[in-house]
Each structure stands twice: as C-alpha cells, then as structure tokens.
Design a protein around this ligand. Structure first.
Ligand code: FUB
Length: 339
C-alpha cells in the first residue's frame, strides 16, 4: 500500500479531468458510506490523518482516530462537516486504526458501525448509537460478539431485516480466518483455489449484535464457478457495499491490488453473487473504496482518491459522481479522470 510516483504535472492534469472535486478540503476523508436520512445525504467517511507512522503492509500508517459526518442537501451541492461523531478515546475496547465505517437507522435511532484494532492487535467491529444522523454516537462497551476484520457495510432490506457485510484481506486480516475462527498460520488460498469472500450476518432487532454466525459470501463467474484467489482483476479484496435495484441485490467491492471497483448480483442477500463488471477504474492512490446511493431518482457513486494530498495513499478525499445504470440494470464503467 505504498504511494505511487507521478511525473511533474501529471496529477494536475488528472485533477483537471477528474469527475469530482473533493467533498471537503479542510480535512482528509476516505471510504465514504452515503445514506439518505431525513431527506438529506449523510456521508460517513474515514478521517485520514498523517500520524507519522511508517508505511507497512499491515496498513499501520492508516492510523485514524475519529469520525466526522458530512451532510449534503444533494450530491451536486456543498458538503457540510458536522464535526466529530466518535473518537477512539471514547471506545473502551478500541486502541487504534478507526477504519472505514458505515451507518444505519432503525426506529428513529442511528447506528454507527466501525472497525478498530483492540489491544491484541486484531480488528473487531463496534457499534455506537445516537439520536441524530450526525451523532454524537455513544459506543457500546464491547465490540460485536463474533465480529472480526474490517469494512462493515450495513444493508436494510425491504422486509426490515438488516445485514452486515464485512471483511478485507491483507491489512484487514480476513485471510487469517476460516469458518469464523482465527489462526495466525492461515493465509490467502492458492491461486487456483476459490478466493476468500466477504462475510455477511443478519443483525439482531436491536441492531447491536449478529443474529447468526457470519457466512462467507461466494462470488462466481457467469458459468457459476467461484472466482479464484489468483483472479486479482475480479476477486474480492475489501470494501463491500450492498444495494438493491429492481429486486436484485448488488454487491460491489474493491479488488485491492488491482485497484478496481467491481460488482456482482444475486437474487437474495446471502448470494451466491455473479460477477458482472467494473464500476470504477483505478483512482490516484493505492486504495479504492465506495458506496452507492439513489437520490433524486438518480444513482450516485461516492468514492475517494489521493489527488489533493499529491498522491499520498493514506491521505485521501471523498468524492461523488453520477452512476449510469442501463434499463437492464447494468452499471456502466466510470473513469474517475474521464471528465
Ligand atoms: O481506510 C482504511 C482502509 O483503506 C479501509 O478500511 C479500506 O477499505 C481501504 O480503503
């Protein structure tokens, strides 16, 4: 997850052609999870900082400490920073690395879901509760029992059930788990073996626990064959997002080391999901992470890149661009610098 090298002027040229400006420029924001609450857009991003920690493959330089919530009247409007919604010092079990969060609403209460490392160096996922979309959020004293890895994304289905999708390989530690059990010797499967999938679990009615053991989500090709671990252009890496359109479930995600946002579809929230294609080609910066939301009868992709920081991979800026969805439900590929 190192910084990329750019020739003089190359970033300025990309900035000129970028589909979007940063939503805000007074802080760095990444991994934007967008939702429509109370008729407005609320965006739950990571808050990137430079903590002076050396780059390493575990992502220790992504040393975030708190969350800010952004609000927009529309995707084409200005973003307002609603301030700090939760700080790591207020979470009893969490020690460091407040990575990509998400939020959900139920019965007028708002739930912020977030991963962080606890003192044993393992990621877990916590929940904090508030009365307003922008927080503040009061954390539960313990992480969600049975949670692990990173990148929670919570999807509320039409029948009122909520599901959490989560997991990321490499720095996100997902490769260390099989059947929800951790073993330090576990690694990614061999190139010809099925790739690791994100996990999904239905949430309890109070939104604070898993109602069932997490299941692994299978992503298959058009012939129904599981994507292989060596298929780096298509296999799951991190950053799951679930949305529903015309009765189909869309799972979108990052391919990590090939820097693509892809999607796959299913007829139920557990899958298997069939790979469909690329949503976004690579951005400036190593990571790519997004959310998809419908607003005003149009579809929007919230994503990030590292242009504002001059290409520093852990100093990113959340952005938004319109997604084009064909009548048959296919999502057209966007080039972030194709404007
Ligand atoms: O922001 C830290 C990590 O970088 C996220 O959890 C990943 O999805 C990647 O965007």
């Amino acid at each position: 997850m190192a910084d990329q090298e750019y020739a003089d002027g190359a970033l300025d040229a990309l900035a000129d052609k970028a589909l979007s400006r940063p939503l805000v420029t007074h802080i760095y924001t990444a991994d934007p999870s967008a939702h429509v609450f109370e008729g407005r857009l609320y965006i739950y991003p990571s808050h990137d900082i430079d903590a002076g920690i050396e780059f390493n493959d575990d992502g220790a330089h992504f040393a975030m400490e708190d969350y800010h919530v952004l609000r927009m009247e529309s995707p084409e409007g200005e973003a307002v920073d609603c301030g700090v919604a939760l700080h790591v010092k207020d979470v009893p079990w969490a020690q460091r690395q407040m990575w990509a969060p998400d939020a959900a609403v139920k019965d007028g209460r708002y739930y912020l879901y977030f991963p962080a490392k606890s003192t044993d160096g393992l990621f877990r996922i916590g929940v904090a509760v508030g009365d307003r979309p922008e927080g503040p959020f009061a954390p539960e004293p313990e992480p969600i029992a049975g949670s692990y890895s990173i990148d929670p994304a919570v999807f509320g289905d039409d029948d009122g059930a909520h599901y959490m999708y989560f997991g990321g390989i490499w720095g996100g530690q997902l490769q260390k788990y099989r059947d929800n059990a951790y073993a330090p010797g576990n690694e990614e499967p061999g190139d010809d073996e099925p790739a690791l999938g994100p996990r999904v679990a239905r949430l309890t009615a109070d939104m604070k626990q898993f109602a069932e053991a997490p299941r692994e989500v299978l992503i298959v090709d058009e012939a129904g064959k599981p994507l292989a671990a060596g298929d780096h252009e298509r296999r799951y890496f991190e950053g799951p997002w679930l949305h529903k359109h015309q009765g189909r479930y869309y799972l979108s995600y990052s391919t990590g080391n090939t820097h693509l946002l892809c999607y796959a579809t299913a007829d139920n929230p557990y899958g298997p999901f069939t790979y469909q294609g690329v949503i976004l080609t690579p951005v400036v910066g190593w990571t790519t992470h997004h959310s998809i939301v419908e607003f005003g009868g149009r579809w929007w992709l919230y994503y990030h890149d590292s242009i504002l920081s001059g290409g520093v991979t852990h100093l990113r800026s959340a952005k938004v661009a319109e997604l084009h969805v064909d009548p048959d439900g296919r999502i057209r590929t966007l080039d972030p610098y194709g404007g």
